[in-house]
Design a protein around this ligand. Structure first.
Ligand SMILES: [Zn+2]
Length: 325
């Protein structure tokens, strides 16, 4: 390595080494692809509910149903298709003592809860459920998640289905994937988060700057209203009580549904009913941008009530014109 010739030789060795490594990778990929097309098991992690066995029709190994675990797999799939959540299935498998995946019964795994949502999600997404073969030549374990649509296909482009391995049809498998995706999509998660915040101020307040409805959300775990356009936020832990206090104090005697605002308010615990009472009194509610900080600033709240009916005006009992209902 001290002479120019020595350094050149080292570089050449490295180049040949790289060529050889690439050649090996290509041969492994080709071999796996060949085995998959041939209906043989190329090795790697055996999916839950199955085991590999000597190929009765020739060399190599093939996948067959594991008589012990396959019924549990079929039952888990059934529960999922009926709408059971991944977490519910994990709990069900644990409580009923379903045998764990083989690779998790190693001594290191003892004492650890093995049925978790990742394990269940993984087995529900494996195309082998419909007798299809995941097409993943060259990357068996490195693939983070099996792409349920990358499967071995025949000459006609249709998935090759081994009926002896299937616990559901390919149609049921596709429906199952849609079900799982609809539950784990960011949108689905957002929707469930939003439901946990109070609907009291849903589509009630406008951003004064942008003239759009402010949305319900959370900021670092605290409920806020935020403007989807300029992103200003208003903490609801202070805004909600402030509005309620003003509503009851300034409009408590207004008639509402054969009673008064105060009476109706006291009679209901329902957030949406309260929202309706507020909307019936509200002319407009706009939120101004303020100095960033935690303190509540009254100046940011531009609140206008409707014309008072108690003061002799025409009845304004109809729901607000901008009510989404
Ligand atoms: Zn805005």
């Amino acid at each position: 390595m001290t002479s120019p010739q020595g350094r050149a030789f080292a570089v050449m060795l490295a180049v040949f080494g790289e060529m050889e490594a690439e050649g090996i990778r290509a041969r492994v990929r080709a071999a796996r692809a060949h085995l998959l097309k041939d209906g043989r098991w190329p090795g790697g992690g055996v999916p839950y509910g199955y085991r590999s066995t000597a190929n009765p029709d020739g060399p190599g190994r093939v996948l067959v149903k594991d008589p012990v675990r396959s019924p549990w797999l079929a039952e888990a799939v059934e529960i999922a298709l009926e709408g059971g959540t991944v977490n519910a299935i994990a709990t069900w498998l644990t409580n009923n003592g379903a045998p764990l995946p083989c690779r998790q019964t190693t001594p290191q795994a003892v004492g650890r809860p093995a049925w978790n949502r990742q394990t269940v999600d993984g087995l529900l997404r494996n195309p082998v459920l419909a007798g299809m073969t995941p097409y993943n030549p060259g990357r068996a374990k490195s693939a983070k998640r099996v792409n349920p649509f990358a499967v071995v296909r025949g000459e006609n482009g249709q998935p090759v289905v081994n009926e002896s391995l299937a616990v559901i049809s390919t149609e049921e498998f596709a429906a199952l994937q849609r079900l799982l995706d609809s539950r784990s999509s960011p949108q689905a998660r957002k929707r469930s988060e939003r439901q946990s915040t109070s609907p009291f101020l849903s589509r009630v307040a406008h951003c004064d700057e942008c003239d759009v409805y402010m949305c319900r959300g959370t900021n670092q775990g605290r409920a806020v209203l935020y403007c989807p356009r300029c992103r200003q936020t208003m903490s609801r832990s202070t805004l909600d009580p402030y509005l309620v206090q003003r509503l009851l104090k300034e409009r408590g005697r207004e008639p509402h549904a054969q009673a008064t605002v105060l009476g109706c308010w006291a009679a209901t615990g329902d957030e949406l009913a309260k929202r309706k009472i507020l909307l019936a009194q509200l002319e407009s509610l706009r939120i101004r941008r303020g100095v960033v900080g935690r303190l509540f600033d009254e100046e940011r709240v531009l609140l206008r009530w409707r014309n008072s009916t108690a003061a002799g005006g025409r009845s304004q009992e109809e729901p607000a014109p901008h009510s989404p209902f």
